[in-house]
Design a protein around this ligand. Structure first.
Ligand SMILES: [Zn+2]
Length: 750
């Protein structure tokens, strides 16, 4: 009898050991791998990458990891995929079947489908708890799952981006680890709670990546959207932090909701809230819902996925860059990094649970969303028509953008007329459609996204909103556009019967000069490329006519004269640059013009290659500086010298031709002496480009011919509408430049 009991116990032990070893086969926890408990210090990005890759190497049948891109500073961007072994073995099948079910790939889906959940961490680099918490999430799901987790992973494929913004995160983590005391100092006075300029929130070019989902101006976003579109998850969660004093935020989101959000998407906001509530209540953790974080502006990590059919949500932990490893709050309690990790960990698993428990409905509703999008788009407008209007470079930028979003378009095959909204006049009127006009039909999978991005007037159910309230792609790209309530008859897949966008120059010709219009970003990119190659470029101060074409003042003239050193390479070099930017180059055999001034006139001057400086550092708005920096380096590829504000008084001005002053607090920056230096330099020929706060600071100062417009405190209604128009224009201009900075309410971090 005793032997039987012993045998039974032995059997039980073997069973337990076998099941335990199945998962915990000596896979190291974050603490074992890193050598410290999570929460004791901030983990450098390279270590996070090593741990994620380590986990995948230890459990390749349950977890894979791919490098989907690199940041501007060269750090890898990772996507981990986790699921039950039976799903992992047919992962590619699951991925393509998901796209087939929603019409983004042709053909019928064949296999049973788990739901796809995507979790994104640390998009704001200094909201650094996220990438600490993710290591615990990955470890538990892969190496030490509870029976519940095992069940959830049978129903879901979980995609995890452990760090969306590695450059910003490392800026924060490196700084903190450098200045922090050995033991956390919870006093808010301590240096370890005072993050220096520019802070770890944005990426390398100081762009807020959580304002970039829709506009996709940054490398990190562009690469992420590509892989997102390959998966098209049903659920996306984005992990953030807010101010130190706030506890925790999860869905349902605050009003306003964008009108394009479906009843099911709204309903699931509640479900997510219910699931999280269970864990937060059990642990007696404080939280709030339905306040502050709304679902309106389409460029967030919750809204862009929402307009791509997913249920998407933001999680906000109290803390952020100021919180460090421990900080004393106003109520006397101490908030620790370990607590923050525990909360994000719980919310991560609650998200997976909420989806796994309703897998069938989540999938059905997703499919229904796309079915509706393709056959019955929820918009009064059914077609958008855009005209290149002699600006092929702009059109090329727009089609690249549409391709990235998997938005399908075609080109009008013949002349026709329609009736619709004119984005330029703001009126509904008759529209002439010409061959090769770009046509975007809403009868396609991404129709909701198109509607949201192109809508001329977005309906706002509650004017108290968190961020930007107006946008429209046609304004951002500066192209004439119309929205029509009907369809356009014949649409070709490709441009028809056009002269090639390349310049119509015979390879063997050696014209007197080349002429080009100068009115778009592509033209500027073209000019910058020529200047960098030391090709002499002239411009006309007056309008002229050549080869039967009218040219406005500022048009570019590239004469053979002045470029003799290039010999017979001249034509090929100029032509290659024009081609790469889609610039129409017209060759001319004479310097004589039919009207206006000839190319040898004193009104035709050569363009100097300007030496440009831009001010950065304490006192300057980091996003405003980043916008200028990104513009020169990434958009026009022209060198710019970044000068620290602390070095302002020591600048050797004569080495610069142009100084850009981004938005900032210039009262603190310019004393009388500095201002006089600036004036002397301008008198000697220097040029200042003062933006926003910089212009406001110079306004009214002696010798600066700038006047500040007063806005009275009691704005009447008319003025108020003018002011909101100004905000809209500013929003549009910002997006055209690809800044997407947004406006923040104090204390908000989303
Ligand atoms: Zn955030």
């Amino acid at each position: 009898m005793r032997l039987r009991v012993l045998r039974f116990l032995l059997f039980c032990f073997i069973l337990w050991a076998a099941s335990a070893s199945l998962y915990a086969q000596a896979i190291q926890s974050p603490a074992q791998f890193l050598g410290y408990n999570l929460g004791q210090q901030f983990t450098p990005h390279a270590q996070i990458v090593r741990y994620v890759e380590y986990l995948a190497s230890q459990a390749p049948k349950r977890m894979q990891v791919q490098t989907y891109g690199r940041t501007y500073e060269g750090r890898p961007l990772l996507l981990a995929t986790l699921s039950a072994e039976t799903n992992m073995s047919r992962l590619e099948n699951i991925r393509t079947d998901n796209l087939k079910r929603i019409g983004l790939l042709p053909g019928p889906a064949t296999s049973p489908q788990p739901a796809i959940v995507w979790l994104s961490y640390n998009v704001h680099g200094n909201e650094s708890v996220s990438s600490e918490a993710v290591m615990q999430v990955l470890f538990n799901l892969v190496a030490a799952p509870t029976p519940d987790m095992v069940k959830w992973l049978q129903n879901t494929v979980v995609l995890i981006d452990p760090c969306v913004n590695p450059d910003g995160r490392d800026r924060y983590a490196t700084w903190h680890n450098q200045v922090a005391n050995q033991l956390p100092n919870a006093s808010p006075l301590a240096r370890e709670h005072q993050e220096p300029w520019p802070g770890g929130r944005p990426n390398h070019y100081l762009f807020d990546l959580n304002r970039d989902w829709a506009w996709q101006t940054q490398l990190e976003t562009q690469q992420r959207i590509t892989v997102y579109n390959q998966w098209m998850p049903q659920v996306h969660a984005d992990f953030h932090e807010m101010g130190v004093e706030a506890p925790y935020y999860f869905s349902p989101a605050a009003k306003p909701y964008h009108e394009a959000i479906t009843p099911w998407q709204r309903q699931f906001q509640q479900i997510i809230g219910e699931t999280n509530r269970k864990y937060f209540d059990k642990n007696n953790w404080l939280y709030f819902t339905r306040e502050t974080f709304d679902l309106f502006y389409p460029s967030y990590g919750d809204t862009w996925p929402t307009f791509n059919g997913a249920i998407a949500m933001t999680y906000e932990q109290g803390g952020g860059g100021r919180a460090g490893r421990a900080i004393t709050k106003a109520d006397g309690d101490t908030l620790t990094l370990a607590q923050r990790i525990a909360h994000h960990y719980a919310a991560s698993l609650a998200t997976i649970e909420a989806v796994a428990e309703r897998k069938e409905q989540v999938l059905q509703e997703f499919q229904k969303y796309y079915q509706q999008a393709r056959t019955n788009p929820a918009s009064a407008y059914k077609t958008y028509v855009l005209k290149a209007h002699g600006q092929p470079g702009k059109m090329q930028q727009l089609t690249t953008y549409l391709d990235r979003q998997q938005i399908k378009y075609g080109y009008a095959a013949k002349k026709s007329t329609g009736f619709g909204f004119n984005y330029t006049t703001g009126k509904s009127e008759s529209v002439k459609i010409d061959p090769n006009d770009l046509v975007i039909s809403l009868y396609q999978p991404k129709s909701t996204l198109i509607k949201v991005l192109f809508d001329p007037n977005t309906k706002l159910e509650d004017s108290l909103t968190y961020d930007i309230t107006s946008w429209a792609i046609p304004y951002a790209y500066g192209l004439p556009a119309y929205s029509l309530k009907g369809r356009v008859g014949e649409v070709a897949e490709k441009l028809i019967n056009t002269t090639p966008k390349a310049s119509p120059v015979a390879a063997t010709g050696s014209p007197y000069a080349y002429v080009a219009h100068y009115n778009s970003l592509s033209d500027l990119q073209f000019l910058a490329a020529l200047l960098i190659k030391n090709i002499k470029v002239r411009f006309s101060e007056k309008a002229f006519e050549a080869n039967g074409q009218q040219y406005a003042p500022g048009s570019l003239i590239i004469t053979r004269t002045g470029n003799e050193r290039l010999n017979n390479r001249f034509d090929a070099l100029v032509k290659a640059q024009a081609d790469s930017f889609g610039v129409q180059l017209v060759p001319t055999q004479t310097g004589f013009v039919s009207s206006g001034v000839d190319f040898g006139s004193s009104s035709v001057r050569s363009v100097r290659k300007p030496k440009i400086g831009v001010l950065a550092g304490e006192g300057i708005s980091s996003t405003a500086f980043g916008e200028v920096w990104h513009f020169f380096e990434q958009q026009i590829h022209y060198p710019v010298t970044v000068i620290e504000t602390r070095d302002f008084s020591r600048v050797a001005w004569q080495q610069l031709d142009v100084l850009v002053l981004p938005d900032g607090r210039y009262n603190d920056l310019f004393d009388e002496r500095g201002l006089n230096q600036l004036k002397d330099w301008v008198r000697a020929g220097g040029k200042v480009i003062a933006l926003e706060g910089a212009a406001a600071h110079l306004a009214g100062k002696r010798d600066f011919n700038l006047v500040k417009r007063k806005v009275s405190d009691s704005i009447d209604l008319k003025k108020r509408s003018l002011q909101s128009a100004e905000i809209i224009r500013r929003g549009r201009a910002e997006r055209a430049l690809g800044t997407g900075t947004g406006w923040h309410l104090p204390g908000n971090h989303g």
